[in-house]
Ligand binder design. Structure first.
Ligand code: ATP
Ligand code: MG
Length: 532
């Protein structure tokens, strides 16, 4: 299946957005609970400390106000006690409202001494404001006689010391999160509780005794609410973010892929040979680079196309001229225009033309094979000086014919290079032939070899007609012949240097030329040095 860039980007960015949302949601989810609990704990502890003070004040008053016989010592003592108890209860109500918590005062055995909201009278259940039924119904306990009272049933709910399950800190506080060991099991949300053990020192013993425990239970409803609100907002903002993201991606990818689509369309056109259309470059990024490459490619292809048609034109021209000549002579013989006595001469001319055409076709084939890499070079270590001398011996007849003076400038007696012998001989033949061809009788050719650290420089220099500077860039092209040489060399096809360059490049080496008109020309090529 074809997936568009838009599709890929959409999936990628949507995944990123969803992942970050989920991650922040999880973090917030936990943070909300921790933050709420931290702030509640602080408020509850302060409230419990406050209630503890009031409670102890009340108990001190009771202790002082009641005589050994169990009677109130005075009316004012009784009143003072009642006032203190009233203040304790009022403060409890205040905290109940302010902290939205259920508050319990329990004894050492778990008996409920007091609570806010109230525990209903077990027999009449007629008090105005009760704790929820799911809570108080779990606390009713009847004794053997059927008398009912309220108790925390689970020891952990009223446990007075430090244990594995109930941890009490150095200030006597313990806390839990959940259903307060079963008491709030009917609730959907968890309940956070903070308890503190109350100690009271009876004046007769002077030993602090455990009196009971004050417990605050607050439902974490707000946490649940905050969480669900947060979740809603997160889902909403994620959806909005995804929608915005998709619009942006759509816009960006459309902008981004427009040139790509254009390239795709134009490359199809390119295949049909339309090299003219160019793409306008609008950005400086990778796409811009792609457009540059495309535009360069069309230029290169157009050039190649031109080279190809020029080449075909040149080949046909090169072949047509001798064939026209041959045809003219053959017609002349058939028509009898050429008398039988002259036929032998013309047949020789025809033979020469055929040999030349054959040479041309072979050269073309060789060059094509060299350029396409189809020729396997047999690279061996050879002494280039020996090869040069051998080539000069082969070319002696044409050198002698023009009375050319050959000079050698060798920096060593023998100089080994990595080369394919036959090919490099051909290079030297081409270069020396050219030098002879384009140098006047009695001229001079200097053959030199210079050994460097890595390579060896071989050059063929003459003091012939030279090449005009504007023609120098083209002399290695196939069929190229400089204007000045045309008159001199009618037979040359202009393939010699193209083949030479192909061979040197197949060796992974380079060839250069310097020339001055009427002063001479020097070709220099490199070869890889071998030590033996
Ligand atoms: P071919 O080598 O195929 O017989 P050619 O010699 O004309 O034909 P190249 O050897 O490719 O072709 O040379 C291309 C052209 O470069 C020549 O026609 C000539 O104009 C110029 N040239 C090459 N060598 C020299 C030189 N030594 N001095 C002056 N001109 C040269
Ligand atoms: Mg030549």
């Amino acid at each position: 299946m074809k997936t568009s860039i838009f599709g890929k980007f959409s999936v990628l960015f949507t995944t990123i957005i969803v992942l970050t949302s989920v991650l922040s949601c999880v973090l917030m989810y936990n943070f909300i609970e921790k933050y709420t609990i931290d702030s509640r704990r602080e408020d509850m502890c302060a409230a419990i400390d406050d209630l503890e003070v009031l409670l102890i004040q009340y108990m001190v008053a009771v202790n002082n106000g009641i005589t050994e016989s169990g009677e109130w010592s005075s009316e004012s003592a009784k009143e003072d006690c009642e006032n203190k108890l009233q203040r304790f209860k009022e403060r409890m109500e205040f905290y109940y409202k302010q902290l939205d918590s259920h508050i319990y005062l329990s004894g050492v055995d778990g008996e409920l001494l007091f609570s806010y909201p109230y525990l209903p009278n077990v027999d009449t259940l007629d008090a105005a404001e009760y704790l929820p039924k799911t809570v108080y119904s779990k606390m009713i306990v009847r004794d053997a006689e059927g008398k009912a009272a309220y108790y925390f049933r689970e020891k952990k709910q009223y446990y007075m010391g430090d244990s594995d399950e109930v941890k009490v800190d150095e200030n006597g506080f313990s806390e839990s999160l959940g259903d307060f060991y079963g008491l709030y099991s009917g609730y959907d949300v968890s309940v956070f509780t903070v308890s503190k053990i109350i100690y009271f020192t009876y004046p007769d013993t002077y030993i602090p005794a455990q009196y009971g425990k004050i417990t605050f239970c607050a439902s974490m409803e707000e946490v649940a609410q905050a969480r669900s609100t947060m979740l809603r907002y997160f889902i909403l903002s994620t959806i909005v973010a995804i929608a915005v993201e998709l619009i942006i991606i759509l816009w960006v990818t459309r902008r981004m892929t427009r040139p790509i689509r254009e390239v795709e369309y134009l490359t199809k056109n390119l295949a049909k040979g339309n090299y003219k259309s160019k793409i306008e470059k609008t950005t400086n990024d990778e796409i811009g680079a792609l457009i540059d490459s495309y535009n360069n490619l069309t230029d290169e292809l157009a050039k190649l196309d031109k080279v190809r048609s020029d080449f075909i034109a040149a080949v046909s021209h090169e072949l047509r001229t001798p064939m026209t000549t041959i045809r003219g002579f053959v017609d002349g013989m058939i028509d009898g225009v050429i008398p039988p006595t002259r036929q032998a001469h013309y047949l020789n001319v025809i033979k020469e033309e055929i040999i030349r055409m054959n040479g041309l076709v072979n050269d073309l084939l060789d060059m094509t094979r060299l350029q396409s890499g189809a020729v396997q070079l047999d690279i061996q270590s050879h002494d280039i000086i020996q090869i040069i001398r051998g080539v000069v011996t082969k070319l002696e007849p044409i050198i002698k014919e023009k009375d050319i003076n050959i000079m050698y400038h060798f920096s060593c007696d023998s100089c080994y290079v990595a080369t394919d012998r036959a090919s490099i001989e051909r290079v030297l033949i081409n270069l020396i032939q050219n030098a002879v061809k384009f140098t006047s009788n009695g001229g001079k050719i200097v053959l030199s070899v210079k050994r460097n650290d890595n390579n060896v420089l071989v050059s063929v220099a003459d003091n012939g007609i030279g090449i005009a500077s504007e023609e120098l860039p083209f002399i290695f092209e196939r069929f190229y012949k400089a204007d000045k040489s045309r008159g001199l060399d009618k037979k040359g096809t202009g393939l010699g240097l193209a083949i030479t360059k192909s061979i040197i490049e197949a060796h992974g080496q380079t060839i250069k030329v310097v020339s001055k008109i009427n002063e001479g020309t020097k070709f220099t090529f490199t070869l890889q040095r071998k030590d033996s």
